[in-house]
Design a protein around this ligand. Structure first.
Ligand code: C2O
Ligand code: CU
Ligand code: CU
Length: 511
């Protein structure tokens, strides 16, 4: 398809028209139609909400293909006792099931859009054909089904799926269109890590939400929130506020996903206990690292093992600096800088409570193997070219851009030859940190302003924090799936920045 055909095909499907309509409704509006399902969230005693564990779905194997049926539908959820708010969920009022699949197998999804608006579903972290990616070009109209299929090439890890609707990703993810994916493989199985889902292997989708005085979920988009991203001052884990998990084992594997629209967190245990960091976005690190805090920007994941063998309760907390000014230069926070000030959402400066963990059974912990995975040594000299990307926001967030251009559905920003190593230099010209995400690849971090990356960035990543005035160098290669017509995205994973245009498109072409 030529560029012109490509534009036409978009028009044919009415994408331009629909996204224009959707924009008019940017304020978080109730979702019309369809009968609503409801969950009751009990507030009250602030520490007694059992952590919701999303249903685990393994799909159904049909002719050797693992098939998942995913209805996306409007829901109702009580974020505060007795007050329902409209939501979006997948087989649930809010969020959706964890999908489990194995590396090497073929999967297919039957995604039914039962909403009154268009939606997309993107498989974050996966290498796949561009037409299966679920980005803004794979629009699913209301009442339509989308059935992408691909081979799971990814290493075992925690991935996720979420809306990538053009200019509506922020409100749709916020309303609940997101969930976890577990990829498993033989390499990881051999290590005998905790992997009993919901028992000693726990997904934690961490999201902040704004609940107004009447108890309703609101998406407070406005000039300020567009610049800062939408941030709430209440934390929900898998949709649960004040979550408590009763552990029955002597150690737990926590798979943490920062599923927030804009907020950065630094997670730690309240008593300063160490956690064993074992994996980043794209799977196991070469070895475990004993850490006391883990910084995650929106879109990033980490896996840790926490030890409960002493038999006393632990509390996972998260501090969240203003403006996303989170530094990894020294492994911790950066000072606020000139724009640092009190958060607009009324945050008190106290860390958020994320999860209380109560041991109630075995106090036996196994020791971790010293070597986790064999990662190829990082060799930037393999790269045949360097591409540079500069992230900027313009005055007061009025000019969200990458390389001075805002996202344009009709423009392919980069054409990338398949199979060649490249260095991507990501520079941040703005005053705020941005998590830079690239579709269809797991990359390695070479350095930050010339300095080696911290433990979480020693393995495979698909999203990386770029601090103000910093330059991060990535090493990557697109291994297959050429398609001159259908693009993948790279973008800031602060969803309001993405929606406002801090995104670009690339195609992978024959070399
Ligand atoms: Cu998690 Cu392009 O997105
Ligand atoms: Cu993605
Ligand atoms: Cu950003």
């Amino acid at each position: 398809m030529s560029q012109t055909d490509w534009t036409k095909s978009l028009d044919r499907r009415g994408l331009m028209r629909r996204s224009g309509l959707a924009l008019a409704g940017l304020a978080f509006a109730p979702f019309a139609g369809c009968e609503a399902r409801s969950t009751a969230i009990r507030r009250g005693d602030a520490s007694t909400e059992p952590l919701a564990i999303p249903q685990l779905r393994m799909g159904q194997v049909e002719d050797g293909v693992r098939v998942f049926r995913l209805p996306i539908s409007p829901g109702q959820k009580e974020f505060a006792l007795g007050v329902s708010s409209p939501t979006i969920g997948i087989e649930a009022p809010y969020l959706g099931p964890t999908l489990e699949m194995r590396r090497g197998e073929r999967v297919r999804f039957e995604v039914d859009n039962e909403l009154a608006e268009g939606a997309t579903v993107h498989w974050h972290g996966f290498e796949l054909p561009a037409t299966a990616d679920g980005g803004p070009h794979q629009l699913i109209q209301p009442g339509e089904r989308w059935s992408p299929s691909f081979e799971v090439r990814q290493r075992a890890s925690l991935y996720w799926y979420h809306s990538h609707m053009h200019r509506r990703t922020g409100p749709q993810v916020y309303a609940g269109l997101a969930a976890a994916i577990y990829v498993r493989d033989d390499e990881e199985d051999r290590l005998g890590l905790p992997s009993d889902y919901g028992v000693d292997d726990i997904p934690l989708i961490v999201q902040d939400r704004v609940i107004d005085g009447s108890g309703r979920l609101i998406y407070p988009i406005g000039m300020h929130a567009q610049m800062m991203g939408v941030r709430g001052d209440e934390i929900f884990v898998n949709g649960t506020p004040n979550a408590v998990f009763e552990a029955k084992t002597g150690q737990l594997r926590l798979r943490i996903l920062n599923g927030s629209n804009a907020r950065f967190y630094s997670f730690s245990l309240e008593g300063g206990e160490p956690m064993q960091l074992i994996a980043s976005d794209g799977g196991l690190l070469d070895r475990s690292h004993s850490v006391r805090s883990i910084a995650l920007a929106p879109g990033e994941r980490a896996q840790v093992i926490v030890d409960l063998s002493e038999g006393y309760p632990l509390r996972l907390i998260a501090s969240s600096p203003d403006m996303g000014m989170m530094g990894r230069r020294s492994g911790g926070m950066m000072g606020g800088g000139m724009m640092a000030r009190r958060n607009d959402q009324g945050e008190s400066g106290q860390p958020f409570r994320v999860l209380d963990i109560r041991p109630s059974g075995s106090t036996r912990a196994q020791s971790l193997p010293s070597q986790l995975a064999a990662l190829a040594p990082l060799d930037p000299s393999q790269a045949v070219r360097t591409r540079r990307f500069t992230l900027d926001m313009g005055m007061m967030g009025s000019g969200m851009s990458i390389n001075a251009a805002a996202m344009d559905m009709d423009v392919i920003n980069e054409r990338i030859p398949v199979g060649q190593w490249e260095i991507w230099e990501i520079a941040n010209a703005s005053m705020m940190a941005h998590p830079f995400h690239i579709h269809n690849v797991q990359f390695r971090v070479i350095d930050r302003d010339g300095r080696p990356p911290p433990p979480l960035e020693t393995g495979f990543k698909d999203t990386v924090i770029v601090n103000p005035r910093e330059q991060v160098r990535l090493l990557l290669r697109f291994e297959e799936h050429t398609d001159p017509d259908w693009p993948y995205m790279y973008h800031c994973h602060i969803l309001e920045h993405e929606d406002a245009g801090m995104m670009g498109q690339f195609v992978v072409v024959k070399g």
